[in-house]
Design a protein around this ligand. Structure first.
Ligand code: TMP
Length: 215
């Protein structure tokens, strides 16, 4: 029986959700919470291999359906090995991307049937759902620019999605908007414009009720 809190970070490229998840983890730890910070794809050893196949530049990229199954495989393993045990131990799990990313990218972005994705997500997670999802919303043109600049500095070669056409990223954004509209009790939109500190305040506003409304 899950007793912890499960919070997911979602959104297009370059919205700053990874840095914000680190900041939120720090804040929660300072309040005495036990926090596990993780991500998809790549939150396990096996997941790191899968991540390479999914986001690295390659001459033989996975087909849309293969891509869908690779995300599902990464997620099934991650839920079983990392997320569920942490929740069972009463921890707060902050996860950089989860099931909504598959709906937004493979569903709205690539055009795979949403019903099929929901079924596969259900199978991969065993029905586990986040208590709260923060959608980091930013104009994709700005986000992609930020993401490419950051990648040039790091040189990880994780550019497969950044190199998709702008149209793809616009569909992903509309997808997230739709998901949030349909799940108002779970999802909160975070406007990513502004300084890191300003966005961190919005992030806190989006989750503080889960922690007794602490200011
Ligand atoms: P990241 O750079 O935020 O870690 O995510 C890697 C990429 O994987 C990102 O471009 C979004 C994509 N993605 C999907 O297409 N489907 C998914 O289910 C997940 C988790 C990520």
């Amino acid at each position: 029986m899950s007793e912890g809190l499960f919070i997911t970070f979602e959104g297009g490229e370059g919205g700053g959700k990874t840095s914000q998840s680190l900041l939120l983890a720090e804040r929660l730890r300072s309040l005495g919470q036990k926090v596990v910070l993780t991500r998809e794809p790549g939150g396990t050893e096996l997941g790191k291999y899968i991540r390479k196949a999914l986001v690295g530049r390659t001459d033989d990229p996975p087909s849309s359906r293969a891509e869908l199954f690779l995300y599902a495989a990464d997620r099934a393993h991650h839920v079983e090995k990392v997320i569920s045990p942490a929740l069972d131990a009463g921890k707060v799990v902050l996860c950089d991307r989860f099931t909504d990313a598959t709906l937004a990218y493979q569903g709205y972005g690539r055009g795979i049937d949403l019903g099929v994705i929901n079924t596969l997500n259900e199978l991969a997670t065993g029905g586990l759902k986040p208590h709260r999802t923060l959608w980091f919303d930013l104009d994709p043109e700005i986000g992609l620019r930020r993401s490419l600049e950051r990648e040039n500095g790091r040189g990880t070669g994780e550019l497969r999605f950044e190199e998709e056409a702008l149209d793809f990223h616009l569909r992903v954004r509309s997808g997230y908007a739709e998901i949030c509209l349909r799940n108002p009790e779970r999802c909160r939109r975070v406007d990513c414009r502004g300084s890191v500190e300003e966005v961190a305040k919005k992030v806190w506003l989006g989750v503080s009720d889960l922690f007794g409304g602490e200011k």
